[in-house]
Design a protein around this ligand. Structure first.
Ligand SMILES: Cc1ncc(C[n+]2csc(CCOP(=O)(O)OP(=O)(O)O)c2C)c(N)n1
Ligand SMILES: CC(=O)[C@@H](O)[C@H](O)COP(=O)(O)O
Ligand SMILES: [Mg+2]
Length: 640
């Protein structure tokens, strides 16, 4: 039988299907998504959970005129398949292929670019204002999960939406899960609704049975009165109505007809925002994902290596982080961990089990997480804030105002620093060295390997100052970890290789690439010295001064944007100290957003892998004049 999906070239084709074909379409979408995501990696469980919702949305609304804004965008695979991107779907998250999130550049059916959570309602309100001020009349729908709606920004937006009273629809896609189970008081209200929904289904069955006899009928009526008061106790109807929203729900999120009916009804509320609460199952229709939604939230591409050349398991940086903080917390009752909805990404599951009082998951609330930790530190605790590099961007002012300014000893563990790979532009951790090292009194460190990571974490818990430790996504070299943790002198870099032709000043995971490149150079008779610049702030200017007395060609290497990172800081140091006889080349991310692809493809693109560094070094050594790149750097970032 030919596939219905093969005939869907635009959402108009979804509208023309008959009811019976819709279930077949749902099954085909499921099959396509499972096959592709299992091969390419990606956000499987979230997308499987919204297939019926996606079909219903495209039945009722007409994109791109109507605007459907998917919060985070990680659940938009069915939407992509129904909006003319079926042919490209095989390239999902691959180099030069389709993005794993919604993206304005990719399709007119994606009205908003996303990747970070909790933005959809704010964007929807903005679009509603734009629509009304331009005398247009389309629908605007924000689809937001129960995890993302607990984010501070979503709460701020709900507050504003209720105040403004513009016509828009918020669909709360409630599956009880963020990446891990959703946390918080709001999540508790939702779970009561879930219970009520199950209760409602059971009671419909009982009605048929009881209504058959007179006695049964009386029993039913009594039950209904109790149910009414129960419902008032458990349902958030009043909550949403107080907020200024018209509330519909709970709706079975896997029943297309029921969703369509709710959408049709809501479409007609012309004077205020409305909220439809739909209940879904994360991973729906794929047994492994339904039973382990945490693992299947985001899966790696098939065959991703996590072993070294001898077949041994290579621990990821995140695993080393988790084991170290558990050890530190065991030794010191003041050590606490704060995560903003990413306990799984930080491998904190074991510690949560062993020490539940020492790990705080605050939900998708990065700003709150930082100031919450500042409060702990103000009263003598040693909080470790575990937030990915890209998500901590949200809490820039909290770092400055609540932590660095009062010099509170909060430790920031920035996982996914540098190039992260397939999540692409929204998730690359390439700004952190810049946005943290410009802040006074904030130590900024980047370990060269997993061993250094554990020593830096220990150092941070001992030094009593605010400190950032940024480390990459994935595995390190798999070197043996020291059993004893030791202090690393703050602000001191490490000279790890002597040389005479060129000086590599590298930081973080780039140090290993530099070591490899130095080996390649040596085979060609060139000798590179290497500094492991463990700290970006404070920078070890003593060592820089000493080394540049004899080596006049310097290459800085970092997985960070050029502006404000290691290279800029070294350039500034040379400039303001009047060291004029040194030629500098900076290997970093230029002024652009880094697309998706594997980490190794992207590192190669930016010459941040060993081969790229080697090639840059050879051309530099053979060159006797300043390159255009250096001139650009000086004029762009320092002023000539
Ligand atoms: C600001 C920010 N913090 C954290 C994340 C990581 N993240 C992506 S999806 C997700 C869970 C979202 O849960 P929910 O909104 O309920 O969607 P579901 O996956 O359950 O469909 C999290 C924490 C993010 N994308 N953005
Ligand atoms: C959608 C989102 O923001 C997260 O799911 C993110 O993709 C997780 O990334 P890791 O796979 O690096 O933990
Ligand atoms: Mg959810």
């Amino acid at each position: 039988m030919s596939k219905i999906l093969d005939k869907i070239n635009s959402p108009i084709d979804v509208k023309s299907l008959c009811g019976a074909d819709l279930d077949r379409l749902a099954a085909e979408l499921r099959e396509e998504i499972i096959t592709r995501v299992t091969a390419n990696g990606g956000h499987l469980a979230s997308s499987l959970g919204v297939i019926e919702l996606t079909i219903a949305l495209h039945r009722v609304f007409t994109t791109p005129t109507d605007k459907i804004i998917w919060d985070v965008g990680h659940q938009s695979y069915a939407h992509k398949l129904l909006t003319g991107r079926r042919e490209q779907f095989a390239t999902l998250r691959q180099y030069n292929g389709m993005s794993g999130f919604t993206c304005r550049d990719e399709s007119s059916h994606d009205p908003f670019t996303a990747g970070h959570a909790s933005t959809s309602i704010s964007a929807a309100i903005g679009m509603a204002v734009a629509r009304d001020s331009q005398k247009q009349n389309h629908n605007i729908i924000a689809v937001i999960g129960d995890g993302a709606i607990t984010g501070g920004m979503a709460m701020e937006a709900l507050n504003h939406a209720g105040h403004l009273g513009k016509r828009l629809i918020v669909i709360l896609n409630d599956n009880g899960m963020s990446i891990s189970p959703t946390v918080g008081a709001v999540a508790k209200i939702f779970s009561r609704v879930r219970f009520d929904r199950r209760y409602y289904k059971v009671s419909e069955k009982s009605r048929h049975i009881l209504k058959r006899t007179k006695q049964g009928s009386r029993l039913w009526d009594f039950g209904q009165r109790i149910k009414g008061s129960l419902k008032r106790m458990v349902m958030p109807t009043t909550l949403w109505e107080e907020f200024g929203f018209a509330y519909t729900g709970p709706i079975d999120g896997h029943d297309i007809e029921e969703i369509v009916a709710a959408l049709e009804q809501t479409k007609n509320y012309s004077h205020k925002p409305s909220l439809i609460h739909i209940m879904t199952t994360k991973g729906k229709g794929y047994a492994p994902a339904e039973s382990d939604a945490v693992h299947f939230h985001g899966i790696s591409p098939k065959g991703s290596p996590k072993k070294n050349g001898h077949g041994q398991h290579l621990p990821s940086y995140s695993e080393v982080f988790a084991a170290t903080v558990e050890k530190l917390a065991g030794d010191n009752p003041k050590v606490m961990v704060v995560t903003a909805a990413m306990p799984d990404g930080y491998c904190l599951g074991q510690m949560q089990k062993n020490m539940p009082q020492r790990v705080y998951d605050v939900g998708i609330c990065e700003q709150h997480a930082v100031t919450f930790a500042a409060g702990m530190a103000a009263e003598g605790l040693i909080p470790i804030v575990a937030i990915y590099s890209t998500f901590l961007q949200r809490a820039f002012d909290q770092i400055i105002h609540d932590v660095a300014l009062p010099k509170l000893p909060v430790i920031f563990a920035l996982d996914r620093g540098g190039i992260v790979g397939e999540d692409g532009k929204t998730h690359q951790g390439i700004f952190d060295l810049s946005y943290t090292s410009l802040i006074p009194d904030l130590i900024v460190a980047a370990p060269a390997d997993e061993n250094e990571l554990q020593h830096m974490l220990y150092t941070a818990t001992q030094c009593g100052q605010p400190m950032v430790i940024r480390y990459p996504r994935g595995t390190g070299t798999g070197l043996n970890l020291d059993r004893e943790l030791k202090m690393i002198p703050i602000g001191k870099a490490q000279l790890i290789r002597e040389g005479s032709d060129v000086l590599f000043v590298a930081t973080g995971a780039s140090v290993n690439a530099a070591i490899e490149a130095a080996g390649m150079l040596e085979e060609q008779g060139h000798y590179a010295a290497i500094i492991n610049m463990r700290f970006i702030n404070p920078l070890d200017t003593d060592l820089l001064r000493e080394m540049t007395r004899s080596i006049k060609k310097v290459i800085t290497i970092e997985e960070n944007v050029l502006s404000g990172g290691l290279g800029s800081r070294v350039a500034l140091f040379l400039e303001i100290t009047g060291i004029k006889d040194v030629d500098l080349r900076c290997l970093a991310i230029p002024d652009e957003f880094v697309k998706h692809g594997t980490q190794s493809q992207l590192r190669a693109d930016y010459h941040l892998d060993a081969r790229g560094i080697y090639q840059e070094a050879v051309s530099f050594i053979n060159q006797s004049y300043q390159t255009d790149q250096e001139n650009n750097l000086i004029s762009n970032h320092i002023g000539s």
